[in-house]
Structure formats: structure tokens, C-alpha cells
Design a protein around this ligand. Sequence first.
Ligand code: ARG
Length: 549
Amino acid sequence: MIYEQALSILSPHVQEDLQKEEILSLLETPKREFGDVAFPCFRLAKTRRKSKATIAQEIATAIGPEAEAIGGYVNLRLPRGTFAEELLASILSAGKNYGQQPASSKKVAIDFSSPNIAKPFSMGHLRSTVIGHAIARLYEKNGATPIRINHIGDWGTQFGKLIYAYKQWGSEVKIRENPIKELFTLYVRFHEEENQDPTLADKGRYWFKQLEEGDQEATSLWTWFREESLRAFTELYDLLGVTFDTYEGESFYNDKMTQALKRLEDQQLLSESDGATIVSLGKYGYPPLLLKKSDGATLYATRDVAAACYRKEYYKADELVYVVGNEQQLYFNQLQAVLKEANIAPSLSHVRFGMVLQDGKKMSTRKGKVILLEDVLAEAIDLAAHNIEEKNPGLPNKEEVAKQVGVGAILFHDLKNDRLHDLAFSLKDILQFEGETGPYVQYAYARASSLIKKSSSIKPSPTNRPYSDEEWHVITTLSQFPIVLKDACDKHNPSLVARYTLDLARDFSRFYAHEPISQDASKLAIVESVRTVLQEGLWILGIEAPEDM
Ligand code: ARG
């Protein structure tokens, strides 16, 4: 919106050289002290055969006092009163739909979270969960329809081992009490005993074969393990406020792999290597992708090829997105190459991310075989409760707010960092009310809410009047929200939204520290717009916005 305004000021002076679209694509946001919008003149230097500094000077003079030439740029200051009035009015009338793009027919299959049953939910799965959830909401905001798929790891040779281990050493009661911990203990024990007694490997294979052939005992144990695990995962998702459209895990593709392999075979993409079936990817510079072992067993990759076919055909997905850590980069490159060769999908997006580090080392959610993720969240909630007790002991719904702040802090910390980087984890820093934290943004929202409550008799209404620098900074930041949403979606990068909410919270804090607000309808229009946008920004990130904290 701010760029459109700038366009209308610039157009008369540059329309002979450039198309509207070109002008728009050149516009930049300068440092605040230089103005609101900057137009670089290097493109005109070619057509006009003059230096960009001279051209900038000529254009600035022609526009008048609202323009200034600095080093080859024309910096513009927009008319604050009319711009603010119009923008605030549009935010107030749109409410939470501000920044919402019109619905398109685009469908995007987003594969995220995807933990493995009978194993602890790792920090990596947590990252995938919160990043994937935010990306799904970004697609929604940008008019597309996301299909949220939890590709649970619920098939593979490890389940043969687990069935054997359970029959040997398991306890039904213990598994019911603490399914993931117990199942994981059995799994670990299997590997320990296997070191002493190598024949165990055959026993594991035997039971996986039974499972694949539909043996009743094997199937019912597997079903039970799966249900118990899913129950535990669902508790976590409830706490995080994350939902899925479907839990189509690896086992879902058991009856779909033959057809997928046939498709590759028909296109002469399969070859044999020591009895195994592979796709050679030499021309891409990748090692071959193994799709069938010499004993006929299928693999993780086989199920992913079948899953991609299914998502294209059944869901009519236009885009395939996978939110999985950096360590599977080569694998997704291989998968992408196979899907392209086989004309299943021209490309896929591997939305990858770094590890979670604690004291410089990869953070593990199991300590002595006990899952810690729930503990991490519980600790964050505790710490948030403690903060509330100190700062706002009279708060009526303390427990609820502690949960919103504690969980929100962890999510925000994850999402504010560029996902490609490793993530250092320290609970104490994450929960600070100052600095770049979730609680800081939530606090700005709560401040805005309380200002509105205090002046409840006055209807916020935007006006055309002079605006102070502090007000104007809030207003220009508000105007950028739709652009940020589009950019974050295109780049699959929710950190742009997190950073944006921090900027807006900071601008807002300066504004309300600078001038009295209550009882002024025009200032309240700014406050109400900030509330709307902060709430919506946090919503994208999957974070709740308490009215008071
Ligand atoms: N379960 C896998 C893991 O924990 C992640 C699955 C990702 N999705 C996929 N379609 N391969 O590593």
C-alpha cells in the first residue's frame, strides 16, 4: 500500500522510462531518517545517459518538497494524514482479515511433524511441528488451501524388533502407563541384547515379515503400539494447539507402493544392483536411491514415492512441501530427482532446518531413556507462572496465561530464528519479557488491549491530521504486514513474521511511552490496529495472545 502511494507520486516523472510493475519492483524501504520509500535510479541511468545522482536530483526537484535526492536514490515522504487515515480505516474494517489474500484454487500438501511411533518425540520433530504449522497458516493467509499431513513413521523393520522385544520382556501395564518411554526402553534393550546374541536380528526380521504378511498377533501388537504412541503425541499437539488434516503415516502406503514402483518401471527408471532395485541418479551427481532391498523389503523412500503420487492424485496438490531437518537434505534431493524423472511432480520443497543445541551440543529429548520434551514445556509453563506471580499476582486466569506464555515463548524462540541455523536453547532467555522474545510481543498486545479497555467509551476512529514520528513509524510498519505475509509464504520462512511482530511491538512501545493515548479516538485507532495485527501475526506463529498477563 505504501509502495502504491509512492508509485502514484513517482509515475508522472518516470513513466516514459519504466512500466508500473517495474517501478514497483524497484522500490525499497530506506532507513527511517531518510524517508518512507526509496526509488533507486540506476535503471534510468542507461536510458537517460546520465549519472544516477543527476537523475535522482532532477526527479526530486520535479516532485517537490516531499522528495529528496541522496546518492542516486529519490527518497519520498508520504503525506501522513491521508495515508494514515486510509490505512487505519482499512485495518479496522478488515479486522483479522487484514492481509488476507483472495482465495485461489491452489492446494499445498504440507508434510510436517511426522514423528516415529514407539520413539520419543525429538526436538527436531518439535521444530518441524511449529514451522510446518506456521507455514500452513501462511498459505491460508495467502489464499491457498493447505493439507496438513502427519507422515508418522509407523512402518519398517524396527517394528519386527519391537514385537519380539515386547513378547520377550514387555509389560502391558507399563506400556499403558507410559507408552513411549516403555516402548523405547524395549527397543533399546533389543539392541543391547542383540550385541550379545546376534540371532536376535533374525528374530526381528521374522516378526517384521509376520507383520507384513498380516499375521494376527503381529498386527494386533503393532496396532496397539501405534495407538498408544498416537495418544501420547496427540496430548502434545493439544498442548501446542497444532492440528492435522490427516495422519497418513508410512503404513498407509503399504498397498500403494506396487503401483508407484510400476510407474517408475514403465518409464524405465528402475535398475537392479546386487538383487536390489534402485533408481540411478548419476546425472544429478547423487548416489542411487534404493527402493527395494534384495530380500524384497521396501523402504522409507519407497513409501515417499508412493506418498508423492498419492498427494498429487488424491489431493490434487499443486505443491509438495516437506518440513524435515537439514540432515535429510541429500535424501530429499534424491527424492526430488526421482519425482521429476518420473513426471510425478516437477519439484518439491524441502523446508529444512538446523538442530537444537544445548550448551553447544545437539539437544536430545531423552536422558537416560526418558522423554524430556513434555518436561521442557512443563518447565517453561512453570517459569511463566513464576513470572506472573511476581509481576501480576492479581491476574484471575493465571494458569491459562502461564500456559499461553510458556508454550508461546518456546514456539516464538524457534520461529524467530532463520530456520536454516542451528538453534541454541536456554529456557531462561526464552522467557524474558524484554528483548526478542514471545512474551515481549504478547506483552505489547496485552498493553494495547488494556489501553482499549480503559477507553471503552470511545470508538477508535482514524482521522486525517498531523502524525508524530512515533505514530508514523507504527503506521508504516502496520502497512507492511501484507507484504511480509507474502514474502514469508514464498520463502517458507515464518521467522519474517516473528521478526515483524517484534518490530511492531517495539514501535508500539515507543509510541505509547511517548504520548498519552487514552480518550483520543484517533490514537486509539492506531492502538486497535496494532492489537489486530499483533494478534494475527502471533496466530500465524501458532501463539496465543492473552488480553492481560
Ligand atoms: N519420520 C521421519 C523422521 O523422523 C520424518 C518423515 C518426514 N516426511 C517424509 N515424507 N519423509 O525422520
